[in-house]
Design a protein around this ligand. Structure first.
Ligand code: 5AD
Length: 427
């Protein structure tokens, strides 16, 4: 199974290269020495991750050739908007979006307030149309390895908070690298997220050693280790990590202070900004459905994410986790998440928007809905099974015992069904 289409390097300007696949060109960071024009490469998130021999590349491209154009047709058909269904409100928004005008906060709030299923359908269609316009049918599928459920934090929403009685685990460097190898060699992943609770048992040396080994597999290494020093993230970058995932959780400082004891919103925001400055491909976002959260908070969350200029938006619904202070929070309406995705697509038309496992857990059909409401990116859990169920940041995770084979098969079917190609190779 292959998660990326190889591309040919057709121009080099310093560290930036132009690549081409089937006539589509993208810009990438040439993150390897000794690449030259004419080389075939794999890229993820705008970063070159490895070169591949020409013969192999041509074989893969031959395989994709027909499928690729078929998929494009499907995507384009699905991205059509039935103008008849447009209400005056939605039409006005569409016009602004098409003219690439900025939507004001009030307009975003009025869209977030929509409830009529017909109007929502149109809102999602517009967002899907913008996604298709900006990205074509390109989509990205990353793997995630959750390697430790120890955490020094005590966040009210989180199922691996320090105070929760829980069987804890830490994967050794060998186990992590071996899981990564399997994901790369057996399933063809080209980007892997390494995630853990805030577990200081993994010091800088341990983390850097892990990153170095995983980078050697020829993948984009995405780190998600929580609040660590800027210095640590600098070292991780030097070790080969090129993408970082860190959510700010909520833009509302009062809500943040209540639910994240001992931590500060400003520290988190400053770190997110520093990650960007270091040069990481940045993924950030928030939780949706926190107690006391208003629609205005949600719009503020989207706008704050946008102001941090991330390469990927990662936000999802809060799912109750037993034996936590938020065990009894109200269930989030899946449409709220889809609306936030559509709004994000309008605010940042060329963004990558991730469908989270939390959304899928909330409503299994929402994954498809999200991909048709502006989202274009997915993750597959490749954590070894014996640890998977222990990384219980919330209850009843849909992927708690879903074999990777099954996730891959379902994802590929869904992508094909929607006319998407796994071509996350440039920005
Ligand atoms: N429901 C949904 N998402 C959660 N996270 C933590 N706890 C929950 C929960 N109960 C998210 C946080 C964190 C990410 C790793 O997981 O947003 O940043």
């Amino acid at each position: 199974m292959c998660y990326a289409i190889p591309a040919k390097l057709i121009a080099i300007h310093g560290k930036i290269g132009t690549i081409d696949y089937f006539g589509e060109t993208r810009k990438i960071l040439l993150d390897l020495d000794n690449v030259k024009i004419g080389d075939y490469v794999y890229a993820q998130g705008g970063v070159l991750v490895r070169t591949i021999p020409e013969k192999e590349a041509l074989e893969i491209l031959e395989y994709w050739k027909e499928i690729f154009f078929e998929l494009k047709k499907t995507d384009e058909a699905l991205a059509n908007i039935d103008q008849k269904n447009l209400s005056p409100n939605a039409l006005a928004v569409l016009q602004k979006v098409n003219l690439r005008k900025t939507l004001h906060k009030d307009e975003l709030l009025s869209l977030l307030a929509l409830k009529d299923p017909k109007e929502l359908q149109v809102l999602y269609e517009i967002a899907n149309n913008v996604r298709s316009r900006e990205h074509g049918n390109a989509s990205c599928v990353h793997g995630i390895i959750e390697f430790s459920n120890y955490c020094t934090n005590n966040c009210y929403y989180c199922g691996i908070r320090e105070e929760k009685a829980l069987e804890r685990y830490r994967m050794s460097q060998e186990e992590i690298v071996s899981a990564a190898k399997h994901a790369v060699n057996h399933y063809g992943f080209k980007a892997l997220v390494l995630q853990s609770g805030e577990d200081l048992w993994y010091d800088d040396d341990k983390l850097c050693a892990i990153v170095k080994e995983v980078r050697k597999l020829g993948v984009l290494v995405f780190v998600s280790f929580g609040l660590r020093s800027v210095e640590t993230y600098r070292k991780l970058y030097e070790a080969g990590a090129r993408a970082a995932l860190l959510r700010f959780e909520t833009s509302n400082a009062d809500i943040f202070a209540k639910m994240r004891p001992r931590t500060k919103l400003s520290d988190r925001i400053n770190l997110i900004k520093a990650l960007k400055e270091i040069g990481y491909v940045l993924a950030t976002g928030f939780l949706l459905g926190l107690p006391d959260e208003t629609d205005e908070d949600i719009v503020n969350n989207i706008l704050l994410t946008h102001s941090l200029a991330p390469d990927m938006y990662s936000f999802g619904p809060l799912i109750p986790s037993s034996n936590t202070p938020f065990a009894k929070v109200a269930k989030v309406n899946p449409d709220l998440v889809l609306k936030a995705m559509a709004l994000t697509r309008f605010v940042a038309p060329d963004s990558n928007i991730l469908v989270t496992t939390a959304l899928e857990t909330l409503d299994p059909s929402a994954k498809r809905g999200a991909l048709l409401a502006g989202a274009n990116s997915m993750m597959i859990n490749v954590t070894p099974m014996q640890y998977r169920r222990l990384y219980g940041i919330y209850d009843n995770r849909i992927d708690a015992d879903r074999e990777v084979d099954k996730s891959v098969q379902e994802t590929v079917e869904l992508l094909y069904n929607l006319g998407r190609a796994p071509t996350d190779i440039g920005v």
